[in-house]
Design a protein around this ligand. Structure first.
Ligand code: IVH
Length: 828
């Protein structure tokens, strides 16, 4: 052999070994970079010496030139199928295993009293494949086809990472035909569909279809991009190599030859059972408990007689072995009819379309509702009222509508007036000329659209750009969202109402004793007493209900002389409520539960406006100029305060005695909302900051100018003439007239440290005494802001021990760096 050929042989062997270590053993002996380097070296050599390329070269893993058609392959040993057995479940979930008992009996009878040992394997839901190795090298891979003739998919199969191109170990047979299943792991399926969606390509209905679609590509380079996995389950032919007497030994031998998968080592360790009842127990456990967490889909278990001698004795019936059976899981899909489509409003306002179904028994339970997920899903599947649909219920998953049987869609005949234009078109299409008035069969029901308003509270249903989920914008106005809203309102980081927890709130809402935030401040002992009584009653009626737990919590309540006494627990709740009446402004804003307003945004709002009165009137473009607030968040805040019902709710809270504190303005809007910035953020008027600056100057640098100047560009004049925009400009004018200027803002803030107020700090490394959140609290108390990353806008970086890249960046940008001691001096 010439040196180049020798080198190619060496590289090929080395790379195949590395791939085996990586994919099968999960124990790579070299870093990825080393593999890549050798791979490229081999590629280059093969390019220059194509005649020296070896049949087991790992470079084929990436796929090769496309074929025009698959060649036919004759299966010397036919690829048979398995007899199925089902174990239907009754309404109580009890399995009827009679078909499996019959299988066991058949076997025991045929073996004349000899006891069988059973092994069970997953019934993989993929594609059967035959792999032929000659002298240890993968020579041919074929699909099952009709069992006698399949298709040659060798190039495609060579791209499957855990299929050895050359067998491993030291007992390699002269010839071996390995049979098994190629499938796509659930995780790889999800990734593939995401990728397909992102690239506007069709998605696959399930991992099986994805595996089939990927394997049957004439262009193996496409197959190479899809992640497929192989599981062996039998040897069809063998010359030389190890001999064995059981199926488990057969599988073990395959493992030594290099078949396996790093993440799924256990799968090839088969379970052995002597008693059919143990097989059935394992089956039930697999179905009910293990299946959802398996990394691949299975549609049952395969039960096989382990002894190969017994297998031979049992033989075959028609096209299936008598020694094995596919014990399928109960059907999880059934057909039924959609009677109506409603929406459900979740606790967070998420709107989910739900199909109301004619009751159908599937997967062991009667299903009457199935989720349709969201509008996009309904549209994609085109589910309509009256449709016959496939409903699927797998494990504990909520039943879902899988697809519509379009042939069964109810239709109606309608008369269509054929316009001339259309008539000509149709003349071309049909030999017969249609009459001017003809009937046409059209679906009885229209495509489904989500309602525009919430069925519970009538608030608008909104859907943000890029989001699949639509939401009811009602928030606390919506019964469905009330409990959630109140729990958030009372929570520790919001109003921090001691004693009022989730259970009490759920009870109060369920009994309709509290509807709005303000109702909490009107609670009294008799009302709480009533809540408890109803809860107690509920719990004695319903031993397991939630009400019971509420009662447990409230069990300090007592009865004296048969007369109800106000008790400590109720007093505690009322005290907690009372104590929450003067919250910091930021906590109050956070408590309102405005979408997208977390603690941090609430803090920014408080620091920018100083008082609730200013926040609730802040115009959207000003909000959008504040640090860390983008257009989406600004729109959400503005939308919240634009609703009369929300403003009324705030007024009620104030009337009930809640008085959010006012605070120093340390992020003055005037400093952030310069004219060109807020003009560039006006809703519905797209303009760059540069052009906004020009417009501002053209308008004589005044809002009046923007409102009235007739010489301004036409598109501006059109925009400002729209009612809501006219109102917005007026708001902006009032807002600026009322907002203090930056100097005033900082001066008005008594006790505020000018060196810190309004300044942005970044904390990095470990400080000698202060914890990070303590330092943050001190800075914020003094009116400063703490940010996570260093930029030109950072005023100070406070660096402790082991400060890393942030410190480097601060130095590079010339930002002042402080020690903890210096920070404390600055804070005074
Ligand atoms: S053994 C004589 N074992 O099921 C046939 N088959 O319905 C022996 N299958 O086409 C097949 N998982 O592709 C066997 N653990 C398993 C299996 C399995 C899935 C497929 C196989 C076959 C089909 C038969």
């Amino acid at each position: 052999m010439n040196p180049t050929a020798q080198h190619i042989r060496r590289l090929t062997d080395l790379l195949n070994r590395y791939a085996y270590e990586y994919y099968t053993l999960d124990a790579p002996s070299v870093p990825d970079a080393e593999y890549d380097k050798l791979f490229r070296e081999l590629e280059a050599l093969e390019l220059n010496h194509p005649e020296l390329k070896l049949p087991d070269s790992p470079t084929q893993r990436a796929g090769t030139e496309p074929l025009t058609a698959f060649a036919e392959v004759h299966h010397e040993v036919p690829m048979l199928s398995l007899t199925n057995a089902f174990s239907p479940r009754n309404e109580n979930g009890v399995f009827d295993h009679s078909e499996m008992y019959a299988f066991d009996e058949r076997i025991r009878n045929s073996l004349n009293g000899e006891k069988p040992q059973y092994v069970i394997e997953p019934k993989f839901d993929g594609l059967a494949i035959s792999l032929l190795y000659r002298d240890g090298v993968l020579a041919q891979a074929a699909t099952r086809g009709d069992g006698t003739t399949g298709e040659d998919v060798t190039q495609n199969v060579k791209t499957v990472a855990n299929i050895p191109l050359r067998l491993h170990g030291d007992n390699i047979p002269k010839l071996i035909e390995v049979r098994g299943e190629i499938l796509m792991l659930k995780a790889d399926f999800i990734t593939l569909n995401q990728h397909q969606t992102e690239n506007g390509q069709k998605t696959f209905a399930n991992p099986r279809n994805a595996a089939a679609g990927s394997l049957r590509q004439l262009d193996s380079r496409i197959t190479a991009k899809r992640k497929l996995t192989f599981f062996p389950y039998s040897i069809a032919q063998q010359q030389g190599g190890k001999e064995f007497t059981t199926h488990t030994e057969e599988i073990d031998y395959l493992t030594t030859l290099g078949f396996g998968h790093k993440k799924l080592k256990n799968i090839l360790k088969l379970n052995k059972f002597k008693d059919i009842n143990d097989v059935l127990k394992r089956y039930e456990k697999m179905y009910e408990e293990e299946r959802p967490s398996l990394p691949y889909e299975i549609d049952g278990m395969v039960v096989k007689v382990n002894s190969l001698a017994q297998q031979r004795e049992l033989g075959f019936i028609s096209r299936a072995p008598r020694w094995a059976i596919a014990h399928k899981f109960p059907a999880e899909e059934a057909l039924t009819v959609v009677e109506a489509i409603d929406v459900q409003i979740g606790r967070t306002g998420a709107v989910t379309p739900v199909a109301r179904l004619q009751p159908v028994f599937v997967g062991g339970v009667t299903v009457t509702n199935a989720t349709l997920h969201n509008q996009d899903e309904v549209s994609r599947k085109d589910v309509r009222v009256g449709d016959t649909v496939v409903v699927r219920r797998a494990g504990d998953v909520i039943p879902e509508v899988v697809r519509v049987i379009f042939e069964r869609r109810p239709m109606q005949e309608t008369a269509v007036a054929v316009s001339d234009g259309l008539k000509h078109q149709q003349d071309d299409l049909f030999a017969e000329t249609p009459s001017a008035n003809q009937t046409q069969s059209v679906p009885l029901h229209k495509p489904y659209r989500l309602p525009t308003h919430c069925p519970i509270c009538r608030s608008e249903i909104e859907r943000e750009e890029g989001e699949a989920v639509a939401r009811c914008s009602g928030g606390m106005l919506c019964q469905a969202q009330r409990a959630q809203g109140l729990i958030h309102f009372a929570s520790r980081k919001a109003m921090d109402i001691d004693g009022l927890g989730q259970k009490q709130i759920e009870q109060l809402v369920a009994q309709d004793l509290v509807r709005h935030f303000a109702d909490l401040y009107r609670l009294d002992i008799p009302t709480l007493q009533k809540m408890k009584e109803t809860a107690d009653k509920g719990s004695s009626e319903n031993e397991n209900g939630d009400a019971e737990t509420v009662a447990d919590d409230l069990s300090e309540s007592n009865t004296q002389n048969g007369k109800k006494q106000p008790t400590k627990w109720a007093e505690n709740i009322l005290a907690g409520i009372e104590a929450s009446k003067t919250p910091e402004l930021a906590r109050f804003l956070f408590a309102l539960g405005i979408r997208h307003v977390g603690e941090r945004t609430a803090k920014t709002l408080a620091q920018a406006f100083g008082s609730l009165e200013h926040v609730r009137r802040a115009p959207e473009p000003i909000l959008a100029c504040l640090p860390d607030i983008g257009t989406v968040v600004a729109r959400s805040i503005a939308h919240f305060f634009a609703q009369d019902a929300q403003q009324a709710m705030i007024d009620e809270l104030l009337a009930a005695g809640v008085a959010p504190q006012t605070q120093a303005v340390t992020i003055p809007p005037a400093r952030h909302a310069e004219p060109q910035r807020w003009i560039a953020r006006l809703p519905g008027f797209k303009i760059s900051e540069n052009k906004a600056q020009a417009l501002w100057e053209l308008a004589g640098k005044s809002i009046e100018g923007l409102q009235t100047d007739k010489a301004l560009p036409a598109d501006w004049q059109t925009w400002r003439s729209e009612t809501q925009n006219t109102a917005l400009l007026e708001n902006l004018k009032t807002f600026f007239a009322q907002m203090p200027s930056e100097d005033e803002a900082v001066q008005r803030s008594d006790g505020i440290n000018k060196a810190v107020a309004g300044k942005t700090f970044v904390l990095t490394g470990t400080l000698p005494t202060l914890k990070r959140d303590q330092a943050q609290a001190l800075i914020e108390a003094a009116g400063g802001k703490v940010s996570g990353s260093v930029s030109k806008k950072t005023d100070y970086v406070v660096a402790g021990e082991a400060a890393g890249s942030k410190l480097e960046k601060a130095n590079a940008l010339g930002v002042s760096v402080l020690s903890e001691a210096e920070l404390l001096t600055l804070l005074g």
